[in-house]
Design a protein around this ligand. Structure first.
Ligand SMILES: [Zn+2]
Length: 287
């Protein structure tokens, strides 16, 4: 069964650990993440971007796959199926398709419009028991082909959005999507502390979890971060493992061309990455 992310994140905030959001791309990704969460008795959030949703043939296909897998694999830890960086239209589509958690990213709108659109989703999500993540202050990165600098959100704007009744809040604190540049200045703990001061109990979300040094991750958790998004790191792990398999010529040996064999090293690499992150975030044994 899919659950809202609300309870798991409130528990994480109180227990000073974070729940990982791992983005999925296909069956292998989903299976690797669910099995690892179950083995480690950890809550987990499966992230789906709108692009990945399209790739997997639409949100209802994703819901069907994830629910089927939870059932067939006997997954009993809390699992939230979450739209990552959703548009307003995408959020509505995922709510209709059966997602249990939504991120509406209105950070590129003027703050008034971000607030208006987020407000419109708060009630719907509340009634349906779906958790809602809002974003304030753009998060830099090369997601849209443009490399941005890490931005810092305005704490007063964070409070205005938190007060709308969202479940969790993503705010830029110098973090970046994708690979961090050599000259990255690190997370702004000053900004994080100022936001925390304003938003009180609201669980905070750290995007761009790939490549942030472990010590900074731990400090961010101690300052109120309860959800950390990991995407690129699983992609790199998968790519490296599959590349190695092919470079070693294993696809040419025996039945090594069988896709179930060809993708197996990538699957195992994702499992190892997710395990490493869950241990770092402190969510192991917290299901
Ligand atoms: Zn993000």
């Amino acid at each position: 069964m899919l659950v809202s992310a609300k309870e798991m994140l409130n528990k994480a905030r109180d227990g000073k650990y974070a729940v990982g959001q791992f983005n999925i791309n296909n069956l292998e990704w989903t299976k690797a993440i669910l099995l690892t969460a179950q083995e480690l008795n950890s809550p987990v959030i499966l992230g789906v971007s709108e692009g990945a949703g399209k790739y997997m043939c639409g949100y209802t296909t994703v819901v069907g796959m994830v629910k089927g897998m939870i059932n067939e694999l006997g997954i009993t830890v809390p699992v939230a199926l979450h739209l990552d960086h959703g548009t307003f239209e995408g959020a509505k589509a995922c709510i209709n398709a059966g997602f249990s958690s939504i991120m509406f990213d209105g950070s590129h709108y003027p703050i008034e419009e971000n607030i208006a659109k987020t407000t419109a989703l708060v009630n719907t999500c509340d009634v349906l028991g779906i958790s809602l993540e809002a974003e304030v202050g753009a998060i830099g990165g090369e997601e849209d082909g443009v490399i941005g600098k890490g931005e810092c959100a305005n704490p007063d704007e964070c409070k205005a959005v938190a007060d709308l009744g969202v479940t969790m809040l993503a705010a830029g604190i110098g973090n970046i999507h994708g690979k961090y540049p050599e000259n990255w200045e690190g997370l702004s703990f000053e900004t994080l502390a100022a936001i925390k001061e304003k938003v009180g109990d609201m669980p905070l979300v750290l995007h761009g979890g790939t490549g942030i040094p472990d010590e900074m991750i731990k400090k961010a958790i101690s300052l109120g971060v309860a959800k950390i998004n990991v995407n690129t790191e699983c992609q790199w792990a998968f790519q490296k493992a599959v590349r190695k398999y092919i470079e070693e010529g294993k696809d040419l040996q025996g039945k090594g061309f069988d896709p179930r064999k060809l993708l197996a090293p990538g699957f195992e690499a994702i499992k190892a990455t997710v395990k490493e992150k869950m241990e770092l975030f402190g969510s192991v044994g917290k299901a």
